[in-house]
Write a protein that binds this ligand. Structure first.
Ligand code: GUN
Length: 277
């Protein structure tokens, strides 16, 4: 029977650790979650981040701005949050509307408050192998694999998907763990031949059931980052038929998802401690 790796269980252990740390701090770490417009997915993600942060006892607020907010106005808000001594973490929910440059916004966030780990300064430190604020989903995946004692050293790891949010930073983290890392993507030739080499296969493409059983090496560890709504059901990038072949897999929902928010809060606490000393 393959091992089902449950994100809620691992996230709980992260929250337990964070509560212990928070008990020792003479201040309350503060997170600001900024959203433009009311795309349903973004509303739901930002609400969840805020709710979990408050449940943990952080000072958290969603700053919801109209979709028409100009780039200059958003940059001004970020400057204000950068200057605010009481704010430890700033997250701007992506994607942003077309009239706002995501890179200009990300680069405006003070690296010390960049709890998403998306600022080029933090990205550079990540690839240099330095301690940094790590992007939440990749950090959550590593935390989960560690929790279930999945060995990474020397393993063939294949990531399908090259986004700045998941694929690329996860490649850096897996490399740091001495895995042999391949990043495959939509232009990869003979993708199935590549994925069948994977001892650890991570799917982060956002295409429902894209990875079929025929693309999986028997005994592989499967990590599914995808979450799509199909006929009112949440499905991942990996066809559940492939789970049977695996040693361990993450379900959708209830796999990687809960880890992203847990690591965001871990980053907020880390950012607070680093900045406040
Ligand atoms: N949109 C989808 N995932 C993320 C994330 O991890 N952070 C932000 N800021 N936006 C996202």
């Amino acid at each position: 029977m393959p091992l089902k790796m449950r994100g809620h269980a691992v996230a709980s252990s992260v929250y337990d650790e964070l509560r212990q740390v928070l008990d020792t701090l003479p201040y309350t770490p503060a997170l600001r979650v900024v959203r433009l417009g009311d795309d349903p997915a973004s509303v739901s993600y930002t609400r969840l981040k805020n709710k979990r942060a408050r449940e943990l006892g952080l000072d958290s607020q969603v700053i919801a701005l109209p979709l028409e907010t100009s780039e200059a106005e958003l940059l001004e808000l970020i400057e204000e949050l950068n200057r605010d001594e009481l704010v430890d973490g700033i997250l701007v929910q992506l994607p942003l509307p077309g009239h706002v440059s995501e890179s200009r916004v990300i680069e405006a966030i003070a690296p010390a408050k960049d709890v998403d780990g998306f600022h080029p300064y933090n990205v550079g430190r990540l690839w240099a192998g330095e301690d940094t604020l790590e992007p939440c989903t990749p950090a959550g995946i590593i935390r989960m694999l560690d929790h279930y004692q999945i060995e990474l050293e020397g393993k063939e790891a294949v990531i399908v998907g090259r986004s700045n949010i998941v694929g690329k930073p996860l490649a850096a983290l897996l490399l740091r763990r001495n895995a042999t890392v391949t990043v495959a993507h939509s232009r990869t030739r003979d993708l199935a031949e590549v994925t069948r080499r994977a001892e650890v296969l991570v799917a982060a493409v956002g295409k429902p059931r894209f990875i079929g059983a025929g693309m999986v090496r028997p005994g592989a560890v499967l990590v599914d980052v995808g979450i799509s709504r199909v006929d009112d059901k949440l499905v991942g990038d990996i066809d559940p038929a492939a789970h049977e072949l695996s040693t361990a897999y993450t379900p959708v929902p209830g796999g990687v998802g809960p880890m992203t928010v847990a690591m965001l809060l871990a980053n907020t606490v880390k950012a607070a401690r680093l900045r406040r000393g």
